[in-house]
Design a protein around this ligand. Structure first.
Ligand SMILES: C[S@@+](CC[C@H](N)C(=O)[O-])C[C@H]1O[C@@H](n2cnc3c(N)ncnc32)[C@H](O)[C@@H]1O
Length: 268
């Protein structure tokens, strides 16, 4: 495990997105300040719990499809979140025990629980890097990443429920482009992203709550989420509401409840 600033204290004076997300998923790794903010979001948008669960379910399906059908054996998962079983490496290693996964997040609480992300199979490898997606160069040059990932072989870049924390002013498309450009042909992008498309008024409230709590967000329309896949071969069914991306069973939630665009693309 590496950390850019291991001495940083956990900040309990304001809500953090990773800890609010943990609350939505029914986890226990959050503080009162996170619970209060998460409940404010839920009062405005009761679908948030479904959205969070469908987001995890998309990650499970996308990971399995990439391992089974596209020969992916390595993942770089940025914005990992507080560990929630099954974590990505557990899903991947259930298909390919030798799968290697590098996790990265910028929240010190995720770092605190990172040992849970390192319970790898003996054939596979995992590690955790404390890193900010806004500085892709530092992450890509990290010795821990180099130890686990062979960048001459395909890697799946997993950016789930992350890029809506990167506003247009922070150059989100440039960041994803820089991450993808170092990956070889056959690599993949799996991405999920919250959207205001189905209920703009509600999502304006959610935007205001996060921004007011010190976490700027930019929830994007389908066409703007699709831009992240420019230059990639988008797998069917394209950029789709999360629960409609290759569902395992009947689709029950509404699109407005889920409010999450998802997609998987392969680098030609
Ligand atoms: C909503 S959670 C998603 C967790 C996981 N990817 C999933 O889909 O289940 C968003 C995560 O992104 C992390 N995050 C937010 N901004 C980030 C940044 N600039 N760099 C790295 N991680 C970030 C948060 O700390 C949080 O853990």
């Amino acid at each position: 495990m590496t950390t850019s600033n291991a001495a940083r204290d956990i900040d309990t004076s304001r809500p953090h997105s990773a800890r609010m997300y943990d609350y939505y998923l029914g986890g226990k790794d959050h503080f009162e300040v996170d619970k209060q903010a998460a409940e404010t979001v839920a009062a405005a948008y009761p679908g948030i719990f479904t959205c969070a669960l469908e987001n995890r379910a998309f990650m499970h399906r996308a990971t399995r499809v990439l391992a089974r059908e596209h020969g992916i054996r390595q993942w770089l998962d940025i914005g990992t979140g507080i560990p929630t079983e099954p974590n990505l490496h557990q899903v991947a290693q259930s298909v390919v025990p030798e799968a290697r996964v590098v996790y990265a997040d910028n929240d010190p609480l995720v770092l605190k629980y990172a040992e849970r992300l390192m319970r790898s199979t003996t054939q596979g490898r995992t590690t955790y890097v404390e890193a900010d997606v806004n500085d892709p160069g530092t992450l890509l040059n990290s010795p821990a990443l180099a130890e686990i990932l062979d960048l001459d072989q395909p890697v799946a870049l997993s950016l789930n429920a992350l890029m809506h924390f990167v506003t247009d002013a922070q150059d989100p498309y440039g960041i994803v482009g820089r991450l993808l450009e170092v990956l070889p042909s056959g690599s993949a992008l799996a991405l999920s992203h919250c959207t205001p498309d189905f209920d703009p008024a509600t999502w304006q409230k959610v935007t205001d709550i996060y921004t007011g709590a010190g976490t700027p967000v930019q929830f994007r329309a389908q066409k703007d989420v699709a831009r992240f896949f420019d230059g990639l071969d988008l797998l069917s069914p394209g950029v789709t509401v999360g629960h409609r991306w290759r569902p395992d069973g009947p689709v029950e939630a509404t699109d407005a409840e889920v409010s999450l665009w998802t997609g998987v693309g392969i680098k030609p």
